[in-house]
Design a protein around this ligand. Structure first.
Ligand code: GLA
Length: 393
């Protein structure tokens, strides 16, 4: 399929943004709230409906080979790591709900960095879902769709939480959104006009469906086991949620119990400590943003990074270095964002200080790594943007 003539003939385009998570990392799958925002950088999915079940996707990025499959409730996956599996995941989730869906022809392009912790893959999943629904004239209420796609993405083999799909679909321009789970709800908070979140890539790829997958899934199992053991030690039901645990006892008490050797091993105790402390940082960060308390938000970012690095073991020396340099350059706080193991950091500074921070990262991080010329691609100002939408081509 020649891409240019197709782009001209597509009837509609889905714009699906990436996201940067401000705080609340690796706790969505524990059912605890998170606080991300959508980015201006997005994936664009130009499509037109087909009369049969086939879905045919061509990517303008030559690293991604064309992908084709039949839309139905049981779609055989391509090998692990194949980008088309995110499209299959969306199609299968919808087909399990609506029988006899027709497919689409589509052209994908994106200015979202790939494998950078900014949810480029969930943006694809959401775009495919919106395109297929539009092409078939079916719809799913927004919160239900977020849940459907959150679960649907597990098709790729990652036991993810629901943060990415929820923010990509439900973000509001100018705002970060607190996302609560069980039941799912989004609460937007305006980002103060003089706050600037800067995203900087570590130059280390973090493939959510690649090497990091096993480490990610291992964390989800560890959190579950830690929760069950602490609950048993406290005489609570084994299936009590993290939110209910946090509501039932003060954090200090939970940490004390978790720290006892008879309750948890060293690793599980550290995982547990990350989850419950990060869980308390999210409402604090939301309140700090609402109150315009810049210093408090910065401290929470720093504490989150430390916890992810020391207790959750998902950082990387290059992420730690970027965080350190951003802080030295005047950022009020900085942390890794997304699943980690590489990917990006997010740093907070006043709007007027942003050029200084970027210049320092260029000189002290990117230049020594031979990447100074590409700073414009590796570092950007995060603009809180609206969620995904279908627009006329
Ligand atoms: C990935 C997952 C999310 C979330 C983050 C870590 O992006 O898709 O559900 O768990 O990692 O916070």
């Amino acid at each position: 399929m020649a891409s240019r003539p197709f782009a001209a003939s597509a009837s509609h385009v889905v714009r699906a943004p990436g996201r940067v998570n401000l705080i609340g990392e690796h706790i969505d799958y524990c059912g605890l709230p998170v606080f991300p925002m959508a980015l201006r950088q997005s994936l664009r999915f130009a499509f037109h409906p087909r009369s049969d079940r086939e879905a045919r996707l061509v990517n303008r990025d030559p690293r991604f080979a064309p992908c084709a499959f039949a839309v139905n409730g049981s779609i055989p996956p391509a090998p692990v790591g194949d980008w088309g599996n995110y499209a299959r995941a969306a199609a299968q989730a919808l087909a399990q709900r609506f029988p006899d869906l027709r497919g689409v022809d589509a052209l994908v392009e994106s200015d979202l960095p790939i494998a950078a912790g900014l949810s480029s893959s969930s943006a694809l999943l959401v775009a495919v879902a919106l395109a297929i629904m539009h092409a078939n004239g079916v719809s799913v209420p927004s919160l239900e769709l977020m849940e459907l796609l959150g679960k649907g993405e597990r098709y790729v083999g990652t036991a993810g939480g629901g943060m990415d799909q929820a923010i990509i679909l439900g973000a509001r321009a100018g705002c970060a959104s607190r996302i609560d789970f069980h039941p799912l709800r989004l609460t937007p908070t305006a980002v103060p006009a003089d706050w600037q979140f800067i995203v900087a890539w570590s130059l280390v790829h973090a493939e959510k469906s690649g090497a990091a997958q096993q480490a990610y899934n291992e964390r989800t199992r560890q959190c579950d086991e830690a929760r069950r053991r602490v609950a048993a030690r406290l005489g609570r039901r084994e299936d009590i949620s993290y939110s209910d645990l946090l509501a039932a006892a003060p954090v200090e008490e939970l940490l004390e119990v978790a720290g006892e050797r008879t309750t948890l091993s060293g690793v599980l105790a550290r995982r547990f400590r990350h989850v419950v402390t990060e869980g308390t940082r999210v409402p604090q960060a939301q309140a700090a943003m609402a109150a315009g308390d810049f210093a408090a938000f910065g401290q929470l970012l720093d504490a989150s990074h430390q916890s992810l690095r020391d207790d959750y073991d998902v950082s990387h020396p290059e992420l730690d270095r970027l965080v350190e340099l951003a802080r030295e350059a005047g950022a009020e706080g900085a942390r890794l964002t997304g699943a980690g193991f590489g990917g990006s950091i997010v740093a907070l500074c006043r709007v007027e200080r942003a050029p200084e921070v970027v210049a320092a990262l260029r000189e002290r991080f990117y230049a020594p790594r031979g990447a100074a010329d590409d700073v414009g691609r590796h570092v950007f100002m995060a603009e809180p943007s609206a969620g995904a939408e279908v627009i006329r081509a």
